[in-house]
Write a protein that binds this ligand. Sequence first.
Ligand code: SF4
Ligand code: SF4
Length: 420
Amino acid sequence: MHPITWHSVDHSLDECIKCNICTSYCPVSAVTDKFPGPKYVGPQAQRFREIGQPYAPDQSVDYCSGCRVCNDVCPAGVKIAEMNTRARAQIVVKEGIPLRNWLLGRNELLGKLGSIAPQLANLALHNPLSRLLAEKTMGIARKAPLPTWSTKGTLADWLRRTARKRLKADKKVVYFHGCATMYYEPFVGKAAIAVFEHHGYEVIVPPQNCCGLPMLSNGEFKAALGYHQSNCTKLASFARAGFPIIGTSTSCTLTLKEEAPELLDMTDDASTQLKLATWDIFEWLRELHARGELRTDFRPLALKLPYHAPCQQRAHRIGKPALEILALIPGLDVRESMARCCGIAGTYGYKEEKYQIAMDVGKELFRFVQEQGAEIPYTSCDSETCRWQLEHGTQIPSRHPIEVLAAAYGLYDLEKRNII
Ligand code: SF4
Ligand code: SF4
């Protein structure tokens, strides 16, 4: 068992001034009585979790989605979401992990297995009978927006096929694709690589693992530690050599930058190097723009595009760089969502008992999209599970902002999701 020890995150409870701002913003406590709110399950309950206190878990902490909206608004800097994550990990250490949560944490394994025979895997997962069975036997919500495996090969397959065509250059970036791009949405990776190469960068895609976020969120710290250490081994040398490590999944980049080192107490050199070298893709593109190196050879895109900056993107505390870059594209009318959360929060909304909560949280965002008019072809969002939830809640296709940017450069077909 991985011991859960007293930690700087837990110490931040002493900063709480009991203002209740976090509770008034928490999207989950606003829609369900099952979750008493961040102040109660965070700093208040934390006093009873101190070392030496008898084990008396408050199971309501499991209803925290980990969206981090509370952290964003807390005026005292209390690390409420991390406190709740650590409390869940403490419960897992003591009581074990349900099979469903174990499975939902294994994004990389599921991606690999399904990619052996993706048509079959999609058929097995996406039919009403198997979904009903999965709900009844494991508690995976039958209507939850689970992804479909790519039937045109993984990102690795495409990279192998196109290796000879890839740009070789002195300027290099390392691409962190994450599990979703590798197994479900390789077109997001293709769009990103096309944009990097358009700017004269050679793209290195080294072996890498799941960032570990699904395991952290489900309280499996020991397994997450294994994944993070493996990523440190595989990627830290690139960081030391001065290459930026850039990801398209904003939750993966947040995990490498902050969540994994903080929650897992990783202060070693490799973890620190990786943390400092990691960029979210639009954060990096904005930096390029600030240096006057972002190409602006855009084709006009006559599109009205509702854009939602997901919670994990906002948690980077870098503003909304995708909005800043998309604003440069002529003809593109980006509409910014001010909704707090889409509700899905990684694997949270996949769970039967939380599915309706996730949909109720998402209503604010779905309503915003509907209010933009009937002629909306796409929405846009930087996180994959949020895009799938957006599509589920609005029935409108969703695109990563890098797909939109690649289309504006004339490199990518936004409809077919293919490199031109
Ligand atoms: S917002 Fe921060 S300071 Fe205010 S009650 Fe919540 S945790 Fe405490
Ligand atoms: S992380 Fe989100 S769901 Fe959890 S307490 Fe904070 S605001 Fe509420």
